[in-house]
Ligand binder design. Structure first.
Ligand code: HEM
Length: 166
């Protein structure tokens, strides 16, 4: 069960699931920023950001278990569509640099996201209002936003190169 993807490529269920989660997270994040910047609805922004953090944590956690433990690494997923040895080696070599760039953002995002959340929960009042923590929070908040967006974009590029092109 769940050994192939549902987007039409020879991937895995969890890989396709994370691709969808990454695509979904960007509009939800934009909505949360719209709420805080234009509507000044700080409490909704707070809970939406927490929910996004939890969704990300579960999606990425389940994905890593599936990829590393169930499949034994992304190369084994490439092997499904490139069983011939030379083709497989060429595809892995082609896709690896894209993965490295993606990992740069994918590793820093949870750290930034976690720091932004913890500091915001500690330093803003409840219900949240702009205050002394606003300056730091805006910097961390925008950095987290840029980082997650680049994680999503580079993840999709890697998916395209590794699994969608022959
Ligand atoms: C990782 C999670 C979060 C991210 C990425 C994030 C992102 C942002 C960003 C980018 C802004 C600035 C919008 C602008 O330029 O006007 C902002 C504002 C704000 N956020 Fe968050 N936020 C997060 C979590 C939270 C949490 C948990 C709270 C409350 C406990 C919170 C409360 C606020 C408040 C009160 C403002 C308005 C600050 C002001 O205008 O002075 N945020 N957030």
């Amino acid at each position: 069960m769940f050994t192939d993807g549902f987007l039409g490529y020879r991937t895995s269920f969890m890989l396709d699931f994370v691709v969808c989660a990454l695509i979904l997270i960007v509009p939800l994040l934009l909505y949360s920023l719209y709420l805080v910047k234009f509507k000044r609805q700080f409490t909704k922004h707070k809970w939406l950001q927490l929910a996004l953090g939890i969704i990300l944590l579960f999606a990425v956690g389940a994905f890593e278990i599936d990829l590393q433990i169930v499949h034994g690494g992304w190369e084994n997923i490439v092997l499904k569509s490139h069983p011939e040895e030379a083709e497989f080696a060429a595809k892995v070599a082609e896709a690896r640099p894209y993965l490295r760039v993606h990992l740069l953002f994918a590793v820093t995002t949870p750290i930034l996201w976690f720091t932004t959340l913890v500091l915001a929960f500690r330093r803003f009042d409840s219900p949240p209002q702009p205050g002394q923590h606003s300056r730091t929070h805006k910097t961390l908040g925008w950095l987290s936003t840029i980082d997650i967006t680049l994680t999503a974009v580079t993840g999709l590029v890697f998916y395209y190169v590794a699994f969608m092109t022959s």
